[in-house]
Design a protein around this ligand. Structure first.
Ligand code: GLN
Length: 189
């Protein structure tokens, strides 16, 4: 199995470490040539979604990534990555627009802009969740399943093989979210 991690800006390293820990190899996508291989899954990490979206265009990665997502590559999108996938971004630009949700950027306000909690993730159980200037999902649309909510706000969804979360599973010791993502890929290969 080979996983591509978008690495133009933000937190790709923590995802790479997780995958290495779980014995899975990955390619960090920094330029167009990095997309030449064939991948079984794609990770869109956290960071700054506006900067990431700009770099994706500038580095000419957009068409290829969007096509792979539309063609059904499994995607794990965390925080800024979730914003890149969302069909509608409250007060911001959409990027890939393949995940039928409306998200709100920096949605937790100043006091709560970064926090840690534990909440139930559908199919997994209670998992630690680290939020850093996180978006939340204001609305889910056709066929999009809610996987987790925190304080009444939707924090994780699945739409087919696209997984979007407003927190950072790569920052906690718990590996079950990455494991579940990799298992969902294994059942397809
Ligand atoms: N606030 C960032 C954004 O709007 C997301 C933060 C994160 O990825 N930790 O893009």
């Amino acid at each position: 199995m080979q996983i591509a991690i978008l690495a133009v800006q933000g937190g790709s390293i923590e995802h790479r470490r997780k995958l290495e820990k779980l014995g899975v190899s990955c390619t960090e996508i920094r330029k167009k040539e990095d997309l030449k291989g064939s991948f079984d899954g794609l990770i869109l990490p956290g960071g700054e979604s506006t900067a990431q979206a700009r770099l994706i265009r500038r580095l000419d990665l957009y068409d290829s990534l969007k096509k792979q997502i539309q063609d059904g590559i499994p995607v794990l999108a965390t925080c800024a990555g979730l914003i890149l996938l969302a069909e509608e971004v409250g007060g911001g630009q959409t990027c890939f627009g393949t995940l039928p949700v409306r998200v709100k950027r920096n949605a937790y306000g100043r006091q709560l802009s970064s926090f840690h909690t534990t909440a139930e993730m559908k199919g997994i159980g209670k998992v630690p969740m680290t939020f850093i200037r996180a978006p939340y999902i204001e609305e889910v649309r056709d066929g999009c399943e809610i996987l987790a909510s925190v304080d009444g706000k939707i924090a994780a969804v699945r739409y087919g093989v696209q997984y979007g979360m407003s927190f950072h599973p790569e920052l906690d010791e718990d590996d079950r979210i990455h494991e579940a993502f990799l298992n969902s890929i294994r059942t397809r290969i």
